[in-house]
Write a protein that binds this ligand. Structure first.
Ligand code: BES
Ligand code: ZN
Ligand code: ZN
Length: 503
């Protein structure tokens, strides 16, 4: 695991495999960012010229390696682009996270690097530390022994240059970044784990073990307990699989908590579509369908590690959606936890079924708010693309708070409506509601379905992370291929606000 520490050494004087500096796109061309001064001196003040000659512009994502000149102890200088410099000459946190992420990715295989990026305040320290730790991520657990032996390890050690001696705020910033990065990387590991290894029971066992480590209360309902409790949604989705479903409750409590939050995660460890089978081309990435549950789990552990004065309960609705002789059929009616009946018209709309049970159960404990997280609909990807999640809620004010928390946490999201006229499309001639409605606005239809299961008077928001949970393109910034850790930072920010009594 990569580690970050603060260093008071000068950039040119640090003993390391590489020293990282940054450049930005200024109005009149490439400009060096603060932090690069001593390295620039070693280039006789000509670092910007050298980079210009090489065609560098300071654009985001740019990474240029230069052999270090005499006067720089590290043998390699890595220059990363920050994109456009802000008018006040500052850099926003996301630009710093991305540049640090690009640097850590580029330095894969190195033992130690000094990051001499602009870190004038604690927020910038946190951004650089987080970007570096997330950018260094690699998932190698399932490579063969030979590949493992030959492969490079992630960047081992990051020294943040520019720290003031005894700066408590900077130290706290590194600590927060370390918790967030390790927990996002935990989410990434779970999402990337193949579905023959991660299934409801094995996922629940992982939560139980982490609960012991972090002092969390973990309760697991197995298929027998689910049947006894009347959890028809989770059972109906899981009944086609040889690997039975689970509902996991993982709780963090603080004696001085002012507010309580319930986080509910969709945990479909594999979504084949069930009897409404997905066609080839649509199921290769469906191990990612438990990303919501992984994010919820990581957020609860984060709240514990940060010692937040809040009560946070995570509900992980875990099932594998498979077609078989015992699977739920399109046309079947399920009796959900709490008594509502649902006609299953499409077994591929399974996320809302497992979430509905968990939302009703979470609501019984009367939390101040419920937030569910789910890779719920392809329609949300159609609407917002693959980097932005949608936020729906039963109160506009609460939706605004969640959107503000996401933005503050550095996650791309957008508020979406729940138009009431879409509800009638889910009217069923047989049951209280059908699990499918109009095709148009499918992401909002799914949100309206979930809303039916929220207890009266409870604030609720729904994050549809189908787009950003799993990255299929080339890595960029601190985002690798595969699981991303989407929604973890937003949930942790919400928990921090609840700890202030601000939700
Ligand atoms: N897990 C999928 C949604 C999804 C699609 C997540 C792509 C990530 C990437 C979900 O269970 C699903 O299949 N939804 C259907 C709903 C439809 C049948 C009403 C969809 O979006 O097509
Ligand atoms: Zn599905
Ligand atoms: Zn699904």
């Amino acid at each position: 695991m990569t580690s970050v520490s603060l260093s008071t050494s000068a950039a040119n004087a640090l003993r390391a495999d590489a020293v990282v500096v940054a450049v930005a796109k200024g109005p009149k061309g490439l400009v060096l960012a603060p932090g690069a001064e001593t390295v620039d001196e070693a280039f006789d003040g000509k670092l910007a010229d050298v980079l210009g000659t090489l065609g560098a512009t300071g654009a985001e994502g740019e990474a240029v390696k230069l052999p270090a000149p005499a006067g720089v102890k590290a043998p390699l200088v890595l220059v990363v682009g920050l994109g456009d410099a802000a008018e006040d000459g500052g850099f926003d946190a996301e630009a710093l996270r991305r540049a640090a992420g690009t640097a850590a990715r580029t330095l894969h295989g190195s033992k130690k690097a000094g990051f001499a990026l602009p870190v004038g305040d604690a927020a910038s320290v946190e951004a650089v530390a987080l970007g570096a730790l997330l950018g260094a991520y690699a998932f190698t657990a399932f490579r063969g022994d030979e590949a493992k032996a030959a492969g490079k390890a992630p960047l081992g050690e990051v020294s943040l240059i520019g720290a003031k001696r005894g700066d408590k705020a900077a130290k706290a910033a590194v600590e927060r970044a370390t918790v967030l990065a390790e927990e996002m990387n935990r989410t990434r590991d779970l999402v990337n784990t193949p579905p023959n290894d991660l299934f409801p029971k094995s996922f629940a066992d992982i939560v139980t073990a982490a609960g012991k480590e972090h002092g969390l209360k973990v309760e697991v309902l197995d298929e027998k307990a689910l049947a006894k409790g009347g959890y028809g949604g989770i059972l109906g989705v899981g009944v086609g699989s040889a690997r039975p479903p689970r509902l996991v409750r993982v709780a963090y409590t603080h004696p001085k908590a002012k507010q309580s939050l319930a986080f509910v995660g969709k945990g479909i460890t594999y979504d084949s579509g069930g009897i409404s089978l997905k066609p080839a081309g649509h199921n290769e990435t469906m191990k990612c369908d438990m990303s919501g549950a992984a994010a919820v789990f990581a957020a609860v552990v984060s709240a514990a590690r940060l010692g937040l004065q809040v009560n946070v309960t995570g509900w992980l609705a875990l099932a594998e959606n498979m077609p078989s002789g015992s699977a739920t059929r399109p046309g079947d009616v399920l009796k959900m936890y709490g008594g509502k009946t649902v006609e299953v018209l499409n077994t591929d709309a399974e996320g809302r079924l497992v979430l509905a049970d968990a939302i009703v159960r979470a609501g019984e404990e009367k939390p101040d708010a419920i937030v569910d997280v789910a890779t719920l609909t392809g329609a949300m990807m159609m609407a917002l693309g693959s980097r932005t999640f949608g936020i729906m809620a039963n109160q506009d004010g609460f939706r605004d708070k969640v959107y503000a928390a996401a933005t503050d946490a550095g996650e791309q999201s957008w508020p979406m409506p729940l138009p009431s006229e879409l509800r009638k499309g889910m009217d069923s001639p047989t049951a209280d509601i059908a699990n499918m409605g109009e095709r148009m606005g499918g992401g909002l239809v799914a949100g309206l379905f979930l809303q039916e299961f929220v207890a009266e008077g409870t604030a609720w928001a729904h994050l549809d992370i189908a787009g950003p949970a799993f990255h299929e393109g080339a890595p960029y910034g601190y985002i690798p291929k595969g699981g991303t850790g989407s929604a973890v930072r937003t949930l942790v920010r919400l928990a921090e606000q609840a700890a202030e009594g601000a939700l």
